[in-house]
Design a protein around this ligand. Sequence first.
Ligand SMILES: Cc1cc2nc3c(=O)[nH]c(=O)nc-3n(C[C@H](O)[C@H](O)[C@H](O)COP(=O)(O)OP(=O)(O)OC[C@H]3O[C@@H](n4cnc5c(N)ncnc54)[C@H](O)[C@@H]3O)c2cc1C
Length: 451
Amino acid sequence: MVTPIPAVKYSGISFNALMGLYLAAVLLPWGLSLIEGLEVRGWYEETVVFLSIITFSMMLLQFALTPRVDVVANLSGVDNTMRVHNRFGEYLGYLVLLHPFLIVLPRFIVAPSFAPGDVWDLFTQSETSTGMYAWSLMLVWVLMAVFKDKTGLSYEAWRYTHGIGFIAVIILATHHAVTVGRHGRYNAWFDGLWIVLCALAVGTVLYIWFLRPKRVAQQPFRVVDCHKGSSDDWYLTLEKDGDFPFDFDAGQFAWINTSDSVYARNDHPFSIATSSDSLPKLSFVIRELGDYTKQLGKLKSGQLVWLDGPHGVFTLNARNATGVVLIAGGAGIGPIMGILRELDAVGDRRPVKLVYGNRNIEQMLFLDEFEAMRERLNLNVHLVLDHPPEIFDGHRGFIDREVLSTVMDQPEHVNWDYYICGPPPMVKAVENHLKALSVPKDRILYEQLGF
Ligand SMILES: Cc1cc2nc3c(=O)[nH]c(=O)nc-3n(C[C@H](O)[C@H](O)[C@H](O)COP(=O)(O)OP(=O)(O)OC[C@H]3O[C@@H](n4cnc5c(N)ncnc54)[C@H](O)[C@@H]3O)c2cc1C
């Protein structure tokens, strides 16, 4: 029997703590290289060695920093994990591109007239060839990452090429490191370390592509219903198809695979909009955006689908807030509704404020349910519309600082938790407004609908 994917029962560590762990992991191989006791050379050579080692560590670590490696993603949540992956992926690109120039720079300073010939010899040696291939491939993939949205590639094609491209890069780069690296020449274990780390990185991708789907196949669900809940959003309800253990916490998300094969890499992440007492059923709010979400109406009731999840730490778990502010933009109402329904299900009496923004009134969901919840919960609802109808009892415009300061009208708000969910630019903007309104960073939890 394959072990079920467990629900997370704790609140994640902060972004700064995750960064600390990441930097420690990046520096570890360099730290180990110091205990080899090799002769210390000039500051320039030592700096280049330091940069080369941390560049390679960063490259290998990118493979662990993905949402499907639960042990890493659940440390601080998928958003923080992807923040580190994306931010350091960019620095990694610069470091890799700089690497050969740092190696040849001294030749141009010491003997400029011989330098071009020396550089040609260096780069055409067979020992450096894999490094050159890795570097050229990396250049292509960095450019693809930078211009991801302009390449016209579908997200699925992008995912495949990203994975395959970087596997090729690290295999070539590992060969380069063990062929020309100074440390491995004196101490074979250092080469062994790179080979093991490279194998782990490749193994991670193979796990995600082949072993994880095998596990996910143990979690079949069936479509109960998929209807338009608003002008732009589907409301999809699934039901467990079998007696397997499945639990989740309100606010978490899952990858939904509605294709014919559990191995197909065209699953999409969506947040669960119900609380766990809805099981064996669970529902999702899905906004029509692109190819996949626009054709959800084709789902048939009774159709088999798979769920990879639950994932994420955007939950009420292990928090000690005296009140809760829930801020949703568009489809961000999905997990926020899950959390509201959870508060309702457990009869939570803490004050709850909901700020829910959309472009127009036709996109608003659950208005009747909010009304009913107000009878049972200590709930205040603030609706925000960019294009409101003539008669509208809410805020006009975006969820900005003014709206938020109206909502946070009491001093004790510092001890509240703030949950933000919506498209990435909205989440970023609201996070900045909250910080400007003196909300402590560790009180802000967010889930972005996109990486
Ligand atoms: C943690 C998380 C939770 C989410 N929860 C919800 C939700 O509850 N409701 C909702 O409407 N949307 C949610 N989204 C966004 C949703 O996954 C995308 O809108 C959807 O996958 C778009 O697919 P598409 O083919 O229709 O659009 P496309 O035009 O192909 O994609 C639009 C954008 O969506 C993102 N995206 C597309 N496919 C994927 C994928 N397979 N994996 C990750 N990102 C992808 C990319 O940023 C892409 O640029 C969530 C996203 C994340 C990361």
